[in-house]
Write a protein that binds this ligand. Structure first.
Ligand code: SIN
Length: 500
């Protein structure tokens, strides 16, 4: 804790976290809190103020290999526990996450910037994956297959894959970890987590609570620091049997290629380019509310955020006006301020990306209806923005902007909307607003996406499968299907059954 530096603004929050023992600033290997072996550190910043919150270890290959060895050793006994025993540990962990909801929410706001209300929502959402996994742990069933031969019995066992490397992003510092670690532990796997270096403190707090829940040393390990060294060690190890990753498509492709060397299982939750289609027959209020939620959650910094708002010509003007008014009411500020709905962007690079996309759109004929510049608060605050007359040639509709900019595109027919929506290599989330039941089915079926929200802008939940098609990824997280990603199937044939 010596290396801890706390800004004045965050002092109260940090001191509460410190008292609760949740402000951990070391990695976790084999149940022990450790520094980087060469004692190098990296700083964690509060994006709302630029103040340093803490220094954490800048770890690399050596620490990662030790974490892998600890996870490998722990796998033997953890995987041998009954499902009921693993379920009890997970339940205890869930109870502790909920008991510390306030502190965890504050930590998320402190290091990630999202408004406290949203951060508290993330804690409930994230803890939900642990609760759900505790329940599903007891339902990992195998199968008995009717044998084609009278003297044989055939069955299928489901067994844990082994040690899992879990690489997680900064936009959901808790939920993207629990969504991976919950099912992994439920199935009997052990994990090495590499949280984002930008937001490692929530991951460390969650790991601390896993220890308090009694989850044995080595089952959950956390290393952070030099991302490419850590990634290379996870990929090179023959003891790591699975990589699960949430993050950019570019990094996902590298991990997929890297995993080929040791033929690991891979789950990837990558970038999206979500269309949000508003038909003439939509309820305007529902569409505005839904599009607002889908676009501006976490200041536009989620993979499922609406990236293109595609509006039918008959409702376009009305929608653009009502939507712009709603966006104008979004209060921007420090996530700890009451009433704030939009926090800062994560860093300067994120703001520059938004600026360059907007510049590209304006140069190609788009019109800024609202916002369109840095916020007067300075730092990485950006004005919630609405842009009209966007077309398929602009970066704003071709790539994920990952910021608070809503581009409006116009369409005439249902077929055109579907074509526009599917005209991308991404395929994570899509949203449709219509009051026509037949259309909602038709369009949902035609959309090349892993998730579709109809008349709803926030659809993520631990009980439903989350994941993309095309270049948005592989595999599913959450729900009963999410456990399959951490299981191997073993076919057993019992012969000579007719002898006594
Ligand atoms: C993400 O942005 O990757 C996750 C969003 C969610 O879980 O809803």
């Amino acid at each position: 804790m010596d290396s801890l530096k706390i800004s004045t603004e965050a002092e109260a929050v940090a001191s509460r976290l410190h008292k609760s023992g949740l402000l951990r600033t070391q990695g976790l290997i084999g149940g022990k809190w450790v520094d980087a072996y060469d004692r190098k550190t990296i700083k964690v910043y509060n994006p709302a103020t630029g103040a340093v919150i803490a220094d954490v270890p800048c770890m690399g290959g050596k620490e990662t290999n030790d974490a892998i060895s600890s996870a490998y050793e722990a796998f033997y006994s953890w995987s041998k526990l009954t499902a009921a025993a693993r379920s009890r540990y997970l339940r205890k962990w869930y109870d502790l996450l909920i008991a510390h909801r306030e502190e965890l929410g504050q930590l998320i706001t402190l290091e990630q910037g999202k408004p406290l209300k949203e951060a508290l929502g993330e804690v409930s959402y994230g803890a939900g994956f642990i609760e759900f996994s505790a329940e599903e742990a007891k339902r990992v069933y195998g199968d008995i297959i009717p044998s084609p031969l009278a003297d044989r019995r055939l069955f299928v066992l489901k067994q844990p894959v082994g040690v899992v490397g879990a690489i997680t992003p900064w936009n959901f510092p808790l939920a993207m970890i629990t969504r991976k670690v919950g099912p992994a532990l439920a199935c009997g796997c052990t994990v090495v987590i590499k949280p984002s270096e930008i937001t490692p403190l929530t991951a460390l707090a969650a790991a601390e609570l896993s220890l308090q829940a009694g989850i044995p040393p080595g089952v959950v390990n956390v290393v952070m620091g030099n991302a490419s060294d850590i990634g290379d060690s996870l990929l090179a190890s023959t003891q790591v049997r699975k990589i699960t990753f949430t993050g950019s498509t570019a990094v996902g492709k590298k991990l997929m290629a890297g995993a080929a060397g040791t033929v690991k299982k891979v789950s990837l939750e990558l970038g999206g380019n979500a269309p949000c289609i508003v038909f003439d027959d939509a309820d305007l209020d529902v569409a505005v509310k839904g599009a607002l939620a889908a676009k501006f959650r976490n200041s536009g910094q989620t993979c499922v955020c609406a990236n293109r708002v595609i509006v039918q010509e008959g409702i376009y003007e009305k929608f653009a006006n009502a939507f712009s008014k709603a966006v104008q009411n979004l209060q921007v500020g420090d996530g700890f301020t009451e009433g704030v709905a939009q926090g800062p962007l994560i860093n300067e690079a994120a703001v520059q990306k938004v600026e360059s996309f907007l510049q590209d759109a304006i140069s190609k004929g788009a019109k800024v209806l609202l916002g369109g510049k840095r916020h007067s608060l300075g730092m990485t605050f950006y004005e919630p923005t609405v842009v009209s007359d966007v077309n398929g040639e602009m970066l704003l509709s071709r790539e994920e902007v990952f910021g608070p900019v809503a581009p409006l595109l116009r369409f005439k027919t249902e077929d055109e909307a579907i074509h526009l929506a599917n005209d991308t290599n991404a395929g994570l989330a899509a949203y449709v607003f219509t009051n026509n039941i037949q259309r909602s089915w038709r369009v949902s079926e035609a959309l090349e996406y892993g998730l579709v929200g109809v008349n709803e802008g926030v659809i993520s939940t631990e009980v439903a499968p989350f994941g993309g098609v095309k270049q948005s990824g592989l595999g599913r997280e959450g729900s009963k299907y999410g456990l399959d990603e951490y299981l191997e199937m073993k076919y057993v044939c019992l012969g000579n059954m007719n002898s006594n």
